[in-house]
Structure formats: C-alpha cells, structure tokens
Write a protein that binds this ligand. Structure first.
Ligand code: 48F
Length: 256
C-alpha cells in the first residue's frame, strides 16, 4: 500500500464531490431526521440535493432518543414512513409504535445517500447567499472546526434553487435571515417566534402546516418549523419530523 495514494484518493474524491456540489437544486442545512428525509424524497425524484451538517455525525437529536434512552415513538401516520424505509417497530400500545433510534437514523441516512443525496458533515452553514432583490439563492459555508475555533477565515458560497432550514430547535438559517435582512419572514411578527413548551399532540399536528416556504427561496422543516412559527415542542415522538421532511421535499420540488 502506498500512503500517498491513500491520501490522494481521499482528497481527490472529496474535492470532486465538493466541486460538483457548488451548484444544486436543493441545499439543506442540517442532517437531522427531517433534513435527511427531505433529501431522500428529493433525490428519489432525481433532484440534485446536498445536505451540509455541522457535526461529525448525522441524525441530530434522533440517536439520543428520550433522555438518552435510545428508543423513539411514532404514531400511526409516522409509521407509514417507517414502513416505507423498512425500519422495524413494535406496537407498545394501540397507536404508539416504538423503534430503535440508531436503526432509524442509520437507515434513513443510508437510503438518502443511496437515492443520490450528498451529505457533507463537519461543514457549518453560517449565512445565506442572496440576489439583489434579497431572494435566497444559496448557502455560505465554513468548516465547523473554523467556527468552533473562532478563526478569522472567510467562507465559501454554494448556489441552490431552493434552500431548506433543517437545523432543529435553533432554526439557525431563519435567525440569520432576520438578523441580516430584517423581520421579513412570513410569520406573525416577521421574526422567529420561538417554540412553545412541550405539547406533543399539537406540536406534531402544527409541524406539518408549519413546513413551508418562510422567505423567498427558503423553506423550513422539522423542529425549526415549529420554532419559527411558535408551535410547541414534542420530545421523542418522531412521526412529525419524518412527515415534515416528506412535505418539505414536495414543496421544494414544486418550487423548482
Ligand atoms: O435537531 P435535529 O435533529 O433537527 P430536526 O430534524 O429533528 C428534531 C428532533 O431531533 C428533536 C425533536 C423531536 O421531537 O424535537 O429535537 O428538526 O437536527 C438538526 C441538525 O442540524 C445541524 C445539527 O448539528 C443537527 O445535526 N445544524 C444545526 N445548525 C447548523 C447545522 C448549521 N448552522 N449548519 C449546519 N448544520
């Protein structure tokens, strides 16, 4: 084995993929459950989709289950997506299906990639790319190591026809937009309203309505959608996250 060939193979293959991902149909910030499900449905339609994930690993809040018990709950509607992905679950009580959070995350991730989506980990989205009329047309990226070390290093930009904020509770992309472009989201205040306290029944239902375009060129999915529109959180029930990802894919595909 030649050590330099190993290094060249890695750098060369990564750089080809990265350059190919400078322009895409849909760019997604965050590889949590909603972002990866959205990527799966988009890629399955042949839509060029790339996720940029800040962390070392994918899955966001899903692997941790509820309070580190790595099990997650799905209601009937969410179970249909589990079935579609071939993820096993068992019925704990009527209408309460329980799944292994690690099996769920790993299966969704591998299906998204095999459908053709790309996931770049260790890259943070720090801003959006805009047109003169302030429509969002891409993302501004930097290595997570750079942002964590607070190094003064300029970012790179990538262009996309649609951008999805799938950054979870923090709704980071929507917050960047309001901070830099003003209170112009299509929420009641124009700002990120902020999530309400735990109420699973309402949170799960609202999530589907909240999954939509929140600013020209920018969609929101998953917990970010509830945070932006001021709906409750819901803990380790994940049907809504998967259904939200599926809806985000439909809305994004329809906007292309
Ligand atoms: O938080 P996360 O899992 O979001 P989600 O898909 O699912 C929410 C649930 O996990 C849970 C819940 C269920 O009831 O409430 O919280 O809405 O995944 C968000 C991902 O986005 C990444 C973050 O590391 C995580 O993997 N992320 C956050 N900000 C950025 C980012 C950023 N600025 N750039 C890139 N990735």
């Amino acid at each position: 084995m030649d050590d330099i060939k190993i290094s060249r193979a890695i750098a060369d293959s990564f750089m080809k993929d990265f350059l190919d991902s400078m322009e895409m149909d849909v760019a997604i910030a965050g590889a949590g459950p909603s972002g990866m499900v959205a990527a799966y449905y988009l890629a399955k339609k042949g839509i060029k989709t790339v996720i940029f994930e800040r962390g070392l690993r994918v899955g966001g809040g899903m692997p941790g289950g509820g309070m580190m018990f790595n099990r997650i709950v799905f209601q009937e509607e969410g179970k249909t997506i589990l079935n579609e992905f071939g993820i096993r679950s068992s019925e704990y009580e009527p209408g309460y299906h329980i799944a292994d959070s690690i099996e769920t995350v790993s299966t969704i991730c591998s299906k998204a990639i095999q459908a053709g989506a790309k996931i770049f980990n260790l890259i943070s989205v720090e801003d959006v790319l805009i047109r003169k009329d302030e429509r969002i047309i891409g993302l501004v990226l930097n290595w997570s190591a750079v942002t964590m070390a607070n190094l003064h290093v300029d970012p790179l930009s990538v262009r996309a026809n649609a951008v999805i904020d799938a950054t979870g509770h923090a709704a980071e992309i929507c917050r960047v937009v309001t901070r830099k472009l003003g209170p112009k989201l299509n929420t009641a205040t124009g700002e990120v309203i902020g999530e309400k306290s735990m109420l699973a029944e309402v949170g799960e239902k609202d999530l589907i309505d909240n999954t939509r375009e929140v600013y020209p060129g920018l969609l929101v999915t998953g917990m970010a959608a509830n945070a932006v529109y001021g709906s409750p959180r819901m803990g380790a029930i994940f049907g809504g996250m998967l259904l939200s990802g599926k809806k985000a894919a439909e809305v994004a595909a329809g906007s292309l």
